[in-house]
Ligand binder design. Structure first.
Ligand code: ADP
Length: 348
C-alpha cells in the first residue's frame, strides 16, 4: 500500500493537511469552521497533485521499464512498443534501454549468423578436400597393393591420382585467393587497363581447352575499351567466367566476350551457348561451393569457388555481376567498371 501512488499520496496529503491545520490553530482569530475547511482543502489538493505526479510521471514509467526488462529477458524484442519522444526523464531512459537492447539483439543475430556460416564453411571445405584426397589415396594404394605390376592399368591409375591431386591444388589455390581477398591481404592495384588486351590474354590460356570441345572464343569489341581497375584481378574474373562458359557449353558453340563502353562505364559481357542456369539457382551460384549439378560440376574440374571469387573481386571494385540465362540456350554474365578514376572530375 505504502509503495503505491495512492498510499504515498494519502500519507503525504494527511501530513500536509495536519501541519496546515495545526499551524492555523495557533492563531486565535481562526475559527473552527475555517480550520475544518482549510484542512479538507489542503488534504484534497495535496492528495490529487501528489497522486497525479506519482502515478503518471513516475510509477507508470517505472512499471513500463519493468515490463521492458521482462520482455528483454525473454528476448521478446518485437513485442516492445516504441514510445514517442518525450521530456520525461524516466521515459527517456525507457527509450535508451530499448535502443540499446535493439542494437545488442542485432549484434547477437549477426554473430549467430557468422557462427553458422563458419561452421557450414568448415564442413564444406572438409568435404571438398576429402573427395580428391580419398580418390588419390585409393589409386596410390591400389598401385602399392600390386596394380603397379600390371602395365595395362599402371599409367591410367597414376594419371587419375595426378588429376585428383591437381584438383586438390586448384581448390587450395582458390581457397587461398578467397581468404586473401577477404582478409585484405590482396590490395587492389587500380590503374587504367586495356580490356581488349586482357581478354586476348585470357583467351590464349583457354585455346586448348576450347579446341577440345570445338568451341570458338570470340572477342566482340568495336573499339579499344579501357577501364579503371586492377588488371590482375579482372583477369581472374574473366578467366573464371570464360572457363565456366567453356565448361558449361555444348560442343561446337561460341563463348563470346563483348566489350562496350558508355560515357562513364566499360561493360564486359561473357556469353555462352551452353546449358544455362535455372532461375531458382541464379541468386545462389555466387555462394561458395554452390553448384547447380554437384556431381557434373566436379567432373568438369570446377572447385565450386570460381563465382565466389568473381563476386569478391567485383565487390572490391564496387560493382557486381549480373546473370541472364535461358536454360538449354545459354548464359550471359556481365559487369561494369568505371572508365576513369571514380573521383576524377573529368569523368562527369
Ligand atoms: P564451379 O567450379 O563448379 O564451376 P563456380 O563458382 O564457377 O563453380 O560456379 C558455380 C555453379 O554455377 C557451377 O557449378 C554451375 O552449376 C553454375 N554455372 C556457373 N557458370 C555457368 C555457366 N556459364 N553456365 C551454366 N552454369 C554455370
Amino acid at each position: 500500500m505504502v509503495y503505491s501512488s495512492r498510499g504515498l499520496a494519502l500519507l503525504l496529503a494527511l501530513s500536509i493537511g495536519l501541519i496546515t491545520t495545526l499551524f492555523l490553530s495557533l492563531f486565535d482569530s481562526v475559527k473552527t469552521t475555517a480550520l475544518v475547511v482549510t484542512s479538507i482543502i489542503s488534504f484534497s489538493v495535496s492528495y490529487l497533485s501528489v497522486f497525479v505526479v506519482l502515478e503518471f510521471l513516475i510509477f507508470r514509467e517505472i512499471s513500463s521499464l519493468h515490463k521492458i526488462m521482462g520482455k528483454l529477458k525473454k528476448r521478446e524484442l518485437a513485442k516492445i512498443e516504441k514510445s514517442n519522444p518525450t521530456l520525461n526523464p524516466l521515459r527517456k531512459i525507457n527509450q535508451e534501454i530499448f535502443s540499446f537492447a535493439e542494437l545488442k539483439q542485432k549484434e547477437i543475430d549477426e554473430l549467430k549468423k557468422t557462427e553458422a556460416f563458419r561452421r557450414e564453411f568448415i564442413a564444406d571445405v572438409s568435404h571438398e578436400l576429402k573427395t580428391p584426397i580419398f580418390a588419390a589415396q585409393g589409386f596410390v594404394h591400389t598401385l602399392l597393393d600390386g596394380a603397379i605390376d600390371d602395365e595395362s592399368v599402371r599409367i591410367k591409375f597414376l594419371e587419375k591420382a595426378a588429376k585428383s591431386l591437381d584438383g586438390l591444388d586448384m581448390l587450395v589455390q582458390d581457397l587461398l585467393t578467397l581468404s586473401q581477398i577477404e582478409t585484405g591481404q590482396i590490395k587492389m592495384q587500380f590503374e587504367n587497363i586495356d580490356l581488349n588486351k586482357l581478354t586476348e590474354e585470357v583467351f590464349e590460356q583457354f585455346e586448348r581447352k576450347a579446341a577440345k570441345k570445338n568451341i570458338t572464343l570470340v572477342l566482340d569489341a568495336s573499339n579499344d575499351v579501357f577501364a579503371y581497375a586492377d588488371y590482375q584481378r579482372i583477369t581472374q574474373v574473366l578467366t573464371n567466367l570464360v572457363s565456366n562458359g567453356i565448361n558449361y557449353s555444348f560442343e561446337g558453340g561460341n563463348v563470346k566476350v563483348i566489350l562496350e563502353q558508355t560515357k562513364k562505364y566499360a561493360i564486359v559481357r561473357v556469353e555462352d551457348q551452353g546449358e544455362g542456369i535455372p532461375p531458382e539457382h541464379r541468386t545462389r551460384i555466387f555462394e561458395r561451393f554452390y553448384r547447380v549439378d554437384k556431381s557434373r560440376s566436379r567432373e568438369k574440374g570446377g572447385t565450386g569457388l570460381g563465382l565466389a571469387i568473381v563476386k569478391h573481386i567485383l565487390d572490391g571494385h564496387n560493382t557486381k555481376a549480373e546473370v541472364e540465362s535461358t536454360p538449354g540456350k545459354g548464359s550471359t554474365f556481365s559487369f561494369k567498371l568505371p572508365r576513369f578514376r571514380p573521383d576524377d572530375e573529368e569523368s562527369d
